[in-house]
Design a protein around this ligand. Structure first.
Ligand code: DX5
Ligand code: ZN
Length: 218
C-alpha cells in the first residue's frame, strides 16, 4: 500500500489574530495543505470563519487551500469561496438536496471537488459520486468542534472505502478529519487515509516540531 500522505493542518486551532504568520510557519514547517473549516451554525452547531477571512489570508499564502464547507446547501456559496481563494472545495453529502448539482458547481468554478461524510453516514452513500470527486473526506468526529476524540468505527469505514477505490481502479484521495494525534496517526494511515487533517494536534505546542513529527509515521 502507498504510505505517502499529505498533512492538512486545520487553522480552526490557530490563533486567529495571527493567521497570516501562522500560515507562513505552516509552510516553512513542511505542511502540504491548509485545511479551512467553514461552519454555518445551521448544518453544524457552531460558527467559524467564512469568505472574507479566506480572501484575507490568501494574500499570505500560496499553499493549497482545502476548504471544508460545513454549510447547509453549499451550492449557494461555492463560486464566492472559489473567488476568495479556495483551491479544493469539500461539501457534505448530508447538507445537499442535490449532490450532483453541488459537485457540478465546484467543477464549473474550477476548484477541486471533494465530498464529505459525517460519522453516521455509510461510505456506500457516496459511491455514486466517486467518479466525479478527487477526494472523500471521512469525518472521524461529529463536525462542529475541534479537539474531540476520534471515533474508532470511522477507521473501518476508511478501510472499506479504500478497498472499494482500489478494486475499482479509481484515483480518489481519502482524507480524515477529527481527533488525529501522533499516537493514532499510524492507525489512520494504515486504514488507507492519505490526507491527514489535524487541528489541535498540530497547533498545540511547537508547531514546527509537530508538523515534522506528523510527516513521519510513528
Ligand atoms: C471539525 C473540523 C476539524 C477540526 C479538527 O468540525 O472539521 O477540522 O478542526 O480538529 P482536531 O484535530 O483538533 O480534532
Ligand atoms: Zn475540517
Amino acid at each position: 500500500m502507498d504510505i505517502t500522505y499529505k498533512l492538512a493542518p486545520s487553522i480552526l486551532a490557530a490563533d486567529f489574530a495571527k493567521l497570516g504568520e501562522e500560515l507562513g510557519r505552516l509552510k516553512d514547517a513542511g505542511a502540504d495543505y491548509v485545511h479551512i473549516d467553514v461552519m454555518d451554525g445551521m448544518f453544524v452547531p457552531n460558527i467559524s470563519v467564512g469568505i472574507p477571512v479566506i480572501k484575507s489570508i490568501r494574500a499570505y499564502s500560496d499553499m493549497f487551500f482545502d476548504v471544508h464547507l460545513m454549510v447547509q446547501e453549499p451550492i449557494r456559496y461555492i463560486e464566492r469561496f472559489k473567488e476568495a481563494g479556495a483551491d479544493g472545495i469539500t461539501i457534505h453529502y448530508e447538507a445537499c438536496s442535490d449532490v450532483d448539482a453541488a459537485l457540478d458547481e465546484i467543477v464549473r468554478v474550477g476548484a477541486r471537488p471533494a465530498i464529505c461524510i459525517s460519522p453516521d453516514t455509510p461510505y456506500e452513500s457516496i459511491i455514486p459520486y466517486l467518479d466525479r470527486v478527487k477526494m472523500v473526506l471521512i469525518m472521524s468526529v461529529y463536525p462542529g468542534y475541534g479537539g474531540q476524540k476520534l471515533i474508532p468505527e470511522t477507521l473501518t469505514k476508511a478501510k472499506n472505502l479504500r478497498e472499494y477505490i482500489t478494486e475499482h481502479n479509481l484515483d480518489v484521495d481519502i482524507e480524515m478529519d477529527g481527533g488525529i494525534k501522533l499516537d493514532n496517526l499510524k492507525t489512520v494511515v494504515d486504514a488507507g487515509v492519505n490526507v491527514i487533517v489535524a487541528g489541535t494536534g498540530v497547533f498545540a505546542g511547537d508547531l514546527k516540531e509537530n508538523v515534522r513529527k506528523f510527516k513521519q509515521i510513528p
